[in-house]
Write a protein that binds this ligand. Structure first.
Ligand code: UDP
Length: 239
């Protein structure tokens, strides 16, 4: 398998939280930044979509009685905080980085402009897409699918901090859980496999964007993923 040239790396907020399960763990973010630096050095064009679940999840807020759209906007702001933390860490490692937000906040970051994002990527700058899609009722997984389609990324690399692929049961509770090597988006849509929400899966399926689910807890795995090595679980439009 050849190396991917343009990728979207999806980091959940949880992945930045490390062991503590909330907030941002400086050691974890440092490790992720070092791993991203490795793939930039391979010549890959890297865009990152960061989640916000380590700080705030819209659904949790709305379950507590808050208006869903308001709670979702708070979630989008949480992704901006994570994105700035990641940018800071990348720049500490001398990786040129731009944050683009889907909701304008010009004093903090550039607004999302597709053609500008592509230009940054061509100049080998890491582009972090913050603020999700900018719309409530969506997720950052859907953001990764949308931006992947827009910038014509070859693959979405979905980095997990608890599992190293997709299993038929939760491997932390079930010792017999079996890891899938390959799946289709229809498999995800027709089952209760909790990989990404159905909006994100459908967008990936309709636009033929492959997804690789793998673990970032093992250092060097992002590089392996970009090199097309056989790690994790691959999800495609067709078998
Ligand atoms: N969110 C949203 N629209 C988007 C992306 C995110 O409303 O396009 C909100 C939503 O409330 C979500 C929160 O931002 O719960 C954090 O994003 P997500 O849950 O996808 O983060 P992750 O699970 O990857 O940490």
């Amino acid at each position: 398998m050849d190396q991917y040239n343009r990728v979207i790396l999806k980091l959940s907020g949880e992945a930045l939280a490390g062991e503590q399960g909330y907030g941002i763990d400086p050691n974890v973010i440092q490790s992720i930044a070092t791993q991203i630096k490795e793939i930039v050095e391979l010549g890959a064009e890297v865009a990152v979509v960061v989640g916000g679940g380590n700080i705030w999840r819209g659904l949790a807020g709305s379950a507590e009685g808050m208006d869903r759209a308001t709670a979702d906007y708070m979630g989008m702001l949480a992704t901006v905080m994570n994105s700035l933390a990641l940018q800071d860490s990348l720049e500490d490692n001398e990786v040129e980085t731009r944050v683009q937000t889907s909701i304008e906040m010009r004093q903090v970051a550039e607004p999302y402009i597709r053609r500008k994002a592509i230009r940054h990527l061509e100049k080998k700058r890491v582009v972090i897409f913050a603020g999700g899609t900018g719309n409530p009722y969506f997720s950052t997984d859907t953001t990764a699918a949308l931006r992947a389609a827009e910038i014509e990324a070859e693959v979405i690399l979905m980095a997990k901090n608890r599992v190293d692929g997709v299993y038929d049961a939760d491997p932390s509770y079930d010792v017999d859980a079996k890891k899938y090597h390959q799946l289709t988006y229809l498999d995800l849509l027709n089952s209760s496999l909790n990989v990404m929400d159905s909006t994100a899966s459908t967008l990936c399926m309709d636009n033929n964007i492959p997804l690789l689910v793998f673990s970032i807890m093992e250092e060097g795995n992002i590089k392996k993923a970009v090199l097309g090595e056989d790690i994790g679980t691959v999800i495609r439009g067709k078998e």
